[in-house]
Design a binder for this molecule. Structure first.
Ligand code: SAH
Ligand code: SF4
Ligand code: F3S
Length: 459
């Protein structure tokens, strides 16, 4: 049987896709790259906003047709699968296999069963499960915890992924050893709220280090670069910034989602911090990590957000000076408290505010990125860029970087790159030779090619 997994959503879903793909291989299935070549298509779903749900719905519509035409077997996994909304969609589109985020290891049982199989339990065996290292990749994800104990009023994730469960350091380090042996150079530690690592359901777990100490431990493993996401400001401690500054492998990049700059909105979101507390974390980060690259998530148009509240978000952006931001229009998700209790703002107000925030973000990203022109960045080049003749990758500060091929590098690897040109979304440079020779004339990407690689496509 030939299988393919189609992934929507965040890096945790990418990690889970890898986990399930490795299960499929050990069950004897061949992985293929396209739906057309597959007999079994598994869709890894996201439910965080309405848009990813709509995408899944339309893909499953297509797959149902192929099920009738050529006997395709269709599966659905991930966050949407855990929700009643997702199960209704699965029934409508005649999905054969449905696995919630806690039941991924049931994939074997699901394929053996000759009737519809739905797995919706959060099973303990998943927490310490170590998938084989991805082969031939320089970057890997490593999930250090699953679930979330927060109750942000807009968010469906605690429902889809259940309460927080931290993995033991022993199993994290064992997985890391496998990644190192496979040649991985950059690992991203994943959790909905990595700063709460080791504090499940509010209680400190005996024998589990703090996130800051875990960073120090991972830093001693010999891995070249460490990133992590996501940090919830409520659980952020100055010790994390100190551990970052003391651990050379930890990249100078912090993604600290603020969601809103207005205390009134933060309270209604139940984010459990104030603007002032958030800014004090930013001050700690800047103190210990001069030159840190800062990213955030912002929701615009939360129910009840006034023009004045939104202005507070715009000022906070200026006060912090973010390098980049993921900006989302509030999406009312059935099953969340804000869906139940608050009235959604009109679409026009939300999109107009998003446009203004994007202008602000572009100004800051342009300014921050322009300040990198002339600097040398350590860039992990993953492989070919969308534009022919270029390689793409990321700096330690997580900037997307593009370099022309064959000027010092024609394959993936970690290289020193001198930056010659910057846009709000991208740094362009050239790999330095071992003698650090001058920057050659850089071929330019067309604006269309550059737009394809823009991280703003997340909006
Ligand atoms: N655990 C992470 C966030 C995971 S969800 C954290 O708390 O930082 C990723 C982002 O999606 C959130 O930071 C938020 O900005 C956005 N998001 C979540 N629910 C949303 C909703 N209902 N509408 C719009 N954006 C949402
Ligand atoms: Fe959602 Fe809040 Fe948990 Fe993040 S911390 S996953 S936004 S509930
Ligand atoms: Fe990630 Fe989407 Fe689930 S953002 S945690 S895949 S709802």
């Amino acid at each position: 049987m030939k299988a393919t997994v189609i992934t929507y959503g965040c890096q945790m879903n990418e990690y889970d896709t890898h986990l399930v793909e490795s299960q499929l291989v050990s069950l004897g299935l061949d992985l293929v790259d396209t739906i057309d070549a597959a007999d079994f298509v598994l869709v890894n779903t996201c439910a965080v906003r309405g848009k990813p749900v709509d995408k899944v719905r339309s893909l499953l519509g297509d797959l149902r047709r192929q099920k009738h035409e050529r006997g395709l077997v269709v599966g659905m996994m991930g966050c949407l699968a855990q929700l009643e909304e997702g199960q209704q969609i699965a029934r409508k589109f005649e999905v054969d296999v449905l696995l919630g985020p806690g039941s991924l290891l049931d994939i074997g049982a699901a394929l053996e069963s000759n009737q519809r199989f739905w797995g919706l339990q959060f099973k303990d065996e998943l927490h310490e499960h170590i998938p084989p290292a991805p082969q031939g990749k320089l970057q890997a994800h490593l999930t250090i915890m699953r679930g979330c104990d927060h109750h942000c009023t807009y968010c469906i994730v605690p429902t889809t992924r259940g309460p927080q469960v931290s993995r033991t350091p022993a199993s994290i380090l064992k997985e890391l050893d496998g990644l190192l042996a496979a040649g991985v150079q950059e690992v991203t530690l994943l959790g909905q709220n990595v700063n709460a690592y080791g504090f499940d359901q509010g209680a400190k777990i005996a024998g589990i280090p703090s996130f800051a100490d875990l960073l120090r431990g991972v830093g001693r493993s010999g891995i070249r670069r460490i990133k992590f996401t996501t940090s919830h400001p409520m659980n952020f401690t100055e010790d994390v910034a100190i551990a970052m500054s003391e651990t050379p492998a930890v990249c100078e990049f912090v993604h600290l989602p603020v969601q809103s700059g207005s205390n009134r909105v933060l309270r209604r979101m139940a984010r459990e911090y104030t603007r002032e507390k958030y800014l004090s974390h930013i001050a700690d980060i800047k103190k210990h990590l001069p030159g840190v690259v800062l990213a955030t998530d912002i929701i615009v148009g939360f129910p009840g957000e006034t023009e004045e509240d939104f202005q507070h978000t715009l000022d906070l952006y200026d006060e912090v000076g973010y390098d980049s931001a993921y900006m989302f229009i509030y999406s009312a998700r059935p099953g969340t408290p804000s869906y139940q209790h608050f009235t959604d703002l009109p679409r026009e107000i939300k999109t107009e505010r998003l446009q203004r925030l994007i202008v602000k973000q572009k100004e800051w990203s342009q300014k921050k990125n322009a300040s990198k022109v002339g600097s040398i960045q350590e860039v992990l080049l993953r492989g070919n860029a969308h534009a022919e003749g270029f390689l793409e990758g990321h700096s330690r500060g997580n900037h997307p970087v593009v370099v022309p091929k064959a000027l010092g590098a024609d394959t993936a690897g970690v290289y020193p790159v001198r930056i010659g040109h910057a846009t709000p979304h991208m740094l362009y440079g050239a790999v330095l030779g071992s003698n650090g020779e001058a920057l050659p004339e850089l071929p330019r990407l067309t604006p269309e090619a550059a737009a394809v690689s823009s991280p703003l496509s997340m909006v």
